[in-house]
Design a protein around this ligand. Structure first.
Ligand code: NDP
Length: 255
């Protein structure tokens, strides 16, 4: 009965922001589970290197180098990909940025820059893919949220606001698309060492604080997000919808 539930063979999976960090780890893990991977990012060199690494590991991989912040271009980008490669069965909305400033110093430009990647692009990528998924009657969308979808933290208000929006966007899209066979779920990572969190990794006092704050007592490893992504991309989660799955070592469970 359980055999094949997590098998991604034959599923084409587009992961935004997958040239490095969490997106790349998810690409590798979903590829190892049998998925055909489409990598995305803005830097062609980084994208090419990431694609070569996965191809050398035997993963079926293609590149899609575009900036997710031009909402008018996303529908055409998805159309081009589906024409070139075939239907996209799973979208992982992973690309995200953070800008750290005291709230009194955040400019309108900075605030909008964060929302453009973390909120607008998540919505318009989902829209572009779902238009096609709904016609086919099936598809899965996995949004990468954050513990900051739930918890506040000083100096990252634009980011926290954006991740809160991802959480409620996930639920609203579920309400609208569930009957059409499209599921929309989210993963909320805790703290993982990547380019995005480099300043925190380099701050010993932060790591001391984090290890006390997180029940697991440590930073997460990016590979530890793969299980949740495989689950939400596979038949194993066919009746799971509008859900936010924390992968945070217990951080949001305790005060
Ligand atoms: P990284 O900065 O390491 O990677 C971000 C990726 O997104 C890169 O591949 C980058 O490539 C790409 N990207 C950024 N902007 C754009 C854009 N406009 N268009 C296309 N691609 C873009 O970040 P993480 O791996 O840490 O984060 C990935 C996701 O996980 C984000 O949504 C983040 O908010 C979330 N997250 C991360 C946590 C952590 O602890 N690291 C915790 C909770 C959530 P390029 O710049 O070349 O385009």
């Amino acid at each position: 009965m359980a055999q094949g539930l997590f098998d991604l063979k034959g599923r084409r999976i587009l992961i935004t922001g997958s040239s490095r960090g969490i997106g790349f780890a998810l690409a590798r893990g979903l590829g190892q589970a049998g998925g055909s991977i489409i990598l995305n990012g803005r830097d062609p060199k980084a994208l090419g290197e990431a694609a070569r690494t996965l191809a050398a590991e035997g993963i079926d991989v293609a590149e899609a180098g575009f900036d997710v912040t031009d909402p008018h271009a996303l529908d055409a980008a998805v159309e081009e990909l589906e024409t070139r490669l075939g239907p996209i069965e799973v979208l992982v909305n992973n690309a995200g940025i953070n800008r750290r400033f005291p709230a009194t110093e955040v400019t309108p430009e900075t605030f909008r820059e964060v929302q453009a990647v973390n909120v607008e692009a998540v919505f318009f990528m989902a829209q572009a893919c779902a238009r096609r998924m709904l016609k086919r009657g099936h598809g899965k969308i996995v949004n990468i949220a954050s513990v900051q979808s739930e918890l506040g933290r000083a100096t990252i208000t634009p980011y926290a606001a954006s991740k809160g929006a991802v959480r409620t966007m996930t639920r609203s899209l579920c309400a609208e698309w569930a009957k059409g066979g499209v599921q929309v779920n989210a993963i909320a990572p805790g703290y993982f060492a990547t380019e995005l969190t480099k300043v925190l990794v380099e701050d010993e006092a932060f790591t001391d604080w984090l290890c006390k704050r997180v029940p697991a007592g440590r930073w997460g490893k990016v590979e530890e997000l793969v299980g949740a992504a495989v689950f939400l991309s596979s038949a194993a989660s066919d009746f799971v919808n509008g859900h936010l799955l924390y992968v945070d070592g217990g951080m949001t469970a305790v005060v």
